[in-house]
Design a protein around this ligand. Structure first.
Ligand code: SF4
Ligand code: F3S
Ligand code: FES
Length: 237
């Protein structure tokens, strides 16, 4: 049976001096297989043409549609309305710079984190393309691939109490990225090099094992395991 959905959506454009943060209500008839992406598209077509929200892939791949859905961070394009109650509250991800309404600048945060941690393979100078693309042991390649599935959506940062308290905390997303390069045999960095960027309270030692990150990760990444692994590596030197 079709339901009537009642949306309560955060609205604010910080670049408009006349805009004030507020919640606005919208009503929509649910259809079969409706996702939050579809619902927001309908709302913007029919009721709120200036509603700002981000979508690119609509398939859980680009990470751009993350928002807080009834209090829980998640990907709007992968969330079926039938899994939610009829009252749906949508908020932008906190921690990240608000662009407008449900749109936040996760890219700016992710870029700063990536530059700080240097989340790319540090190769030996003489590495040529053949060595770079040399076959890797399948089990190891699988492990690296698993961690590379992160879509940088920011849900883990939003769900993390430490990230909310510590502006420079790299979050589970950052620790997962370093764990990925630590596994990569082409990366020449030593544990001491990793310690320099990760071995403080804004890195692995700031994590209080709250585990909200793993609970909300839409890609089901084994974040708890990666955090424990990197913490052990950093503690042992
Ligand atoms: Fe999103 Fe998971 Fe990557 Fe965090 S680790 S940014 S929750 S995909
Ligand atoms: Fe935060 Fe996850 Fe650690 S929620 S405190 S990064 S276990
Ligand atoms: Fe790309 Fe949702 S639109 S993950």
């Amino acid at each position: 049976m079709n339901r009537t959905l009642k949306f309560n959506i955060f609205r604010h454009n910080p670049r408009d001096p006349n805009s004030t943060p507020r919640m606005e209500n919208y009503t929509l008839e649910e259809s079969s297989g409706m996702t939050l992406y579809m619902a927001l598209t309908l709302l913007s077509e029919e009721q709120a043409p200036d509603l700002a929200f981000d979508f690119v892939c609509r398939a859980g791949i680009c990470g751009s549609c993350a928002m807080v859905i009834n209090g829980r961070p998640g990907l709007a394009c992968r969330t079926l309305t039938e899994k939610l109650p009829t009252k749906i509250t949508l908020m932008p991800l906190p921690t990240f710079e608000l662009i407008a309404d449900l749109s936040v600048n996760t890219g700016k945060w992710m870029r700063a984190m990536s530059e700080r941690l240097e989340t790319w393979a540090h190769l030996q100078e003489e590495t040529n393309i053949n060595k770079l693309e040399a076959p890797m042991e399948p089990g190891l390649a699988e492990q690296i691939y698993e961690l590379d599935r992160c879509v940088e959506c920011g849900c883990c940062v939003t769900a993390c109490g430490t990230a909310r308290m510590r502006e420079d905390f790299i979050g589970a997303v950052g620790i997962n990225k370093i764990a990925r390069f630590h596994l990569d045999p082409r990366d020449t960095r030593t544990n001491a090099d990793y310690y320099a960027v990760l071995g403080d309270d804004d890195g692995v030692f700031g994590c209080m094992t709250l585990l909200g990150c793993q609970d909300v990760c839409p890609k089901d990444l084994p974040l708890q395991t990666q955090i424990a692994f990197m913490r052990r590596k950093m503690a042992l030197g």
